[in-house]
Design a binder for this molecule. Sequence first.
Ligand code: HEC
Length: 213
Amino acid sequence: MSFGVGKFEMDEMRLVIGSMVILSGATALLVVLPYLLLKDIQPPEGLKPYTEVQLQGRQSYIANGCIYCHSQQPRDISQAPDALRGWGRASIAADYAYDTPHLLGTMRTGPDLLNIGARQPSRDWHLGHLYAPRAYTPGSTMPAYPYMFEVRQGAAKPGEVVVNLPPAYAKPGQVVVAKPEALALVEYLLSLDRTYPALKAEEDPPVNRRAPR
Ligand code: HEC
């Protein structure tokens, strides 16, 4: 009879030690290293914190699954022609200083939205597009969000925001009024503007000047 470590216990030990090595390696790479790299990043001067209303709109962006079709991460020209598409410079970590959770997205069924506030600054356009995407972009596969609006016969009440639809989509005698959710979502979309320079002038890479001949 032997009281030594049996084969079964040896295998078990290897499994446990092996898993711990892999887990600590993964934690170092995916948690500790990114934390060390990003912990000192300051919000850029051109970036303002979200207002209360913009944060409500951000929640609605999450709740309505906009992230399933839209990214918020224009890429460098070496990876994708995003700059040529007019989506702006490649984003940097500091652009997301106020984003918790970040909404980078992985799918691009629709355009990247990190600079949509600069690209399309019209509240009217955004409201109308959320109510009826195909009224603005024929053939668009973006879903409409009619529950963020109230369709009513007659006139709007004072203080209400009426959606100005293109003439072909406006029905006579009927008004489409934006509910607070639509207004907050559009405030959030308009806040998406990272067009300030990525680097401060003194941090920009030096120009390799040649001596005059
Ligand atoms: C099923 C995919 C899908 C979902 C979900 C979706 N979109 Fe879109 N979106 C698109 C497509 C495709 C386009 C391009 C055609 C168009 O303009 O409608 C687009 C265009 C846009 C544009 C105009 C972009 C530009 O550069 O002109 C905005 C703004 C926008 N979407 C916002 C939203 C918001 C906000 C939500 C969530 C409430 C959302 N989208 C959900 C597919 C989607």
